[in-house]
Ligand binder design. Structure first.
Ligand SMILES: Nc1nc2c(c(=O)[nH]1)N[C@H]1C(S)=C(S)[C@@H](COP(=O)(O)O)O[C@H]1N2
Ligand SMILES: [Mo]
Length: 327
């Protein structure tokens, strides 16, 4: 096998359909509880689609009763700068992201550092389906049926020390797989790896989940496979994708977007119609839901709700803070 420098890998190789099919086959094998991976023949993508279902998902009380956004929008309109800065890039270039085996390292201010295999992490915890809004800084929103693990369930097992005040998350750094991380015209958009963080009380809030799927199926790569954060009352950029490390800290971590453009992206990033992004208002949003792309773009904007509609559940976390200063 010839190992190429990352810059020499062409787009046609990144989207190799055989690799894509083998990933899907692996998911199917996993769902069926079989380990006969090597002997499983490649089969058509359509054939495996339905059996990517995640087993044993519980309904949750933390869920919206709102019309769901269609799959084509959730899977085709993404922000995942590791795979390019255009909304249509991740679905094209993330296809072959290798998500098994996948290890999540947990360290810092906890009783004992631990590395979880992703599949073990799933087996150890209760998986729930939760319909949440996702509100992006670019003023669009979607309603997505996530499947995830309440983050508090994971944290409780880890026994944070009394010094733990924040939780930091880091995305995979792998320029070979992630063209956006390579220097040059396609990359160079952000300092890598992508890092995000929450205060410990935000991380422990029952609404905060580590999502592993959407629509009952394992997470598509462009949405942050195999495991990503979802914090429904914050702007989308807090919900970091493809996590490989979780670190408990005593001081506020440096986060990627805050570092790249501190005037535009605060550490808290709570959805707030009263605090404008320096280049546009955050008072209204466009719901991307159903119908054609054209219809989605023409649809009238709606009012953005404080804390993305979750004020009743989370406003108490910020009572003594000036949210215009800590945006
Ligand atoms: N690692 C990583 N995580 C990320 C991003 C990114 O570029 N890299 N983009 C964020 C932004 S800005 C948004 S709006 C959401 C989008 O999630 P979705 O594509 O699943 O809708 O992912 C967030 N998580
Ligand atoms: Mo975003």
């Amino acid at each position: 096998m010839i190992i190429k420098k990352p810059d020499d890998i062409k787009t046609s190789e990144i989207t190799d359909p055989d690799l894509y099919a083998s990933r899907r086959t692996f998911m199917r094998t996993l769902a069926a509880g079989s380990v006969a991976l090597a002997t499983t023949p490649l089969i058509g993508i359509d054939e495996v689609e339905a059996s990517d279902k995640i087993p044993k998902v519980h309904k949750s009380i933390y869920t919206l009763k709102e019309a769901l956004t269609e799959k084509k929008f959730i899977y085709g309109h993404n922000n995942f700068y590791e795979f390019g800065t255009a909304k249509g890039d991740p679905v094209k270039y993330a296809k072959n992201l290798k998500t098994r085996p996948w290890t999540v390292r947990v360290e810092g201010e906890i009783k004992k550092a631990v590395s979880y295999d992703f599949d073990d992490l799933i087996r150890m915890h209760r998986l729930e389906e939760r319909i949440y809004r996702l509100r992006c800084v670019e003023a669009w929103s979607m309603v997505i049926p996530w499947v995830g693990i309440p983050l508090r369930d994971i944290i409780k097992r880890l026994q944070p020390t009394s010094r733990a005040k924040y939780v930091e998350f880091t995305t995979l750094y792998d320029p070979k797989q992630m063209p956006g991380q390579r220097p040059g015209i396609f990359g160079g958009s952000l300092p890598w790896p992508y890092v995000e963080a929450l205060r410990l009380d935000e991380a422990m809030h029952p609404l905060t989940i580590l999502a592993v799927g959407i629509y009952g199926e394992f997470m598509p790569p462009q949405n942050g496979a195999p495991i990503r954060l979802v914090v429904p009352w914050k702007y989308g950029f807090k919900s970091i994708k493809s996590i490989v490390k979780i670190r408990f800290t005593s001081t506020q971590p440096r986060t990627t977007w805050n570092q790249a453009a501190p005037r535009e992206y605060g550490f808290y990033a709570n959805v707030n119609p009263d605090v404008a992004h320096p280049r546009w208002s955050q008072a209204r949003e466009r719901r991307i839901a159903s119908g054609s792309w054209y219809e989605a773009l023409l649809r009238a904007k709606r009012k953005t709700l404080p804390f993305n509609g979750y004020a009743g559940q989370v406003a108490h976390l910020y009572t003594r803070m000036d949210l215009k200063k800590f945006f």
